[in-house]
Design a protein around this ligand. Structure first.
Ligand code: ATR
Length: 288
């Protein structure tokens, strides 16, 4: 139970429109568990007021905030400082307010990395990775793969031009003798055959379209580690098909929890109760 008083710091989630979000239950449980007098609120901000709102937050009792669609890029021009990784990703999802100054971070990449390492019991280094999708989540994941020395990165997107643009940015950060390669949808087969890890960053398979799968399942093989950023349902059709083949599979729930845990640590300076955060979201998703 949160006791709200005049010392309570507000932490917000700014976006428009705000769809369903698990961040409030996850962060409020974490604040309460660690005895921190913060409250996390979803705050829908209309596009024509975004600048006005952001300029006002440091004058109020805000400790920081998360940023979601469509403001992850726009927020950058209002910040006093931007962390190097967030700059490289080109988007900010977490802002810390320190002495009235706004500092921007991107916790999606580290959220991906920690969830991958924990579930796969492996690192990214030297892995050949196939990434489907070239949107915001893909950008954070691909940059993390590059900075963590993936050996090869195939980037495939329905809109090929977006894959090309992402590859160009990512190749500036791939380790020496490694490359990111753009793939056409129709050429997926060749690349997946050579990959160690397959990552779906698109929304294909997300509730309520749970019978959809982003890749022809006959292209999967048991040696692949299959990671799906979609966490609702927890087991997407992609994950279920991969499980049938005996693949190691990872759901996007871990990324959701770890990106939130990282934000929690930036705001509070304390360790996040990740197990609690995980079980709160699992429960809300209708399972335990
Ligand atoms: P996010 O921030 O979740 O990554 P996004 O930036 O809107 O969201 O990106 C969505 C990604 O999913 C894009 O790569 C998109 O492909 P396009 O660039 O061609 O739009 C991909 N995507 C969404 N729906 C898709 C579908 N039905 N089939 C294939 N790709 C899809």
């Amino acid at each position: 139970m949160i006791n709200i008083d005049s010392k309570t710091r507000i932490v917000g989630l700014f976006g428009y429109p705000l769809g369903h979000t698990y961040s409030p239950i996850m962060q409020n449980a974490a604040f309460s568990n660690r005895g921190i007098n913060n409250v996390y609120l979803p705050i829908e901000v209309k596009p024509d007021s975004f600048g006005t709102v952001i300029k006002a937050v440091s004058s109020m009792n805000f400790g920081g905030f998360n940023i979601t669609i469509p403001y992850k890029v726009e927020i950058m021009k209002y910040l006093d400082k931007i962390d190097e990784t967030a700059k490289r990703i080109g988007a900010v999802n977490t802002v810390v307010i320190k002495d009235g100054r706004l500092e921007g971070y991107n916790t999606d990449g580290i959220g991906f990395l920690k969830s991958f390492q924990e579930a796969a019991e492996a690192t990214i280094e030297e892995k050949k990775v196939f990434v489907l999708g070239s949107g915001g989540a893909s950008r954070a994941i691909c940059m993390t793969l590059a900075l963590n020395k993936a050996k090869k990165l195939y980037i495939c997107n329905r809109t090929f031009e977006k894959a090309l643009a992402l590859v160009e940015d990512i190749n500036k950060f791939m380790p020496e003798s490694s490359t990111a390669i753009p793939m056409e949808y129709d050429d997926m087969k060749k690349a997946v055959e050579h990959a160690d890890v397959f990552i779906n960053t698109t929304s294909v398979g997300m509730f309520p379209e749970i019978d959809e799968i982003p890749i022809d399942s006959s292209l999967l093989k048991k040696e692949l580690i299959v990671y799906d950023v979609v966490y609702n349902p927890r087991k997407t059709k992609l994950i279920l098909e991969a499980e049938k083949l005996g693949c190691k599979t990872i759901s996007g729930l871990g990324m959701l929890v770890y990106q939130g845990a990282e934000a929690f640590e930036l705001w509070t300076g304390k360790n996040a109760p990740t197990e609690l955060m995980y079980s709160i979201v699992s429960e809300a998703l209708g399972e335990k």
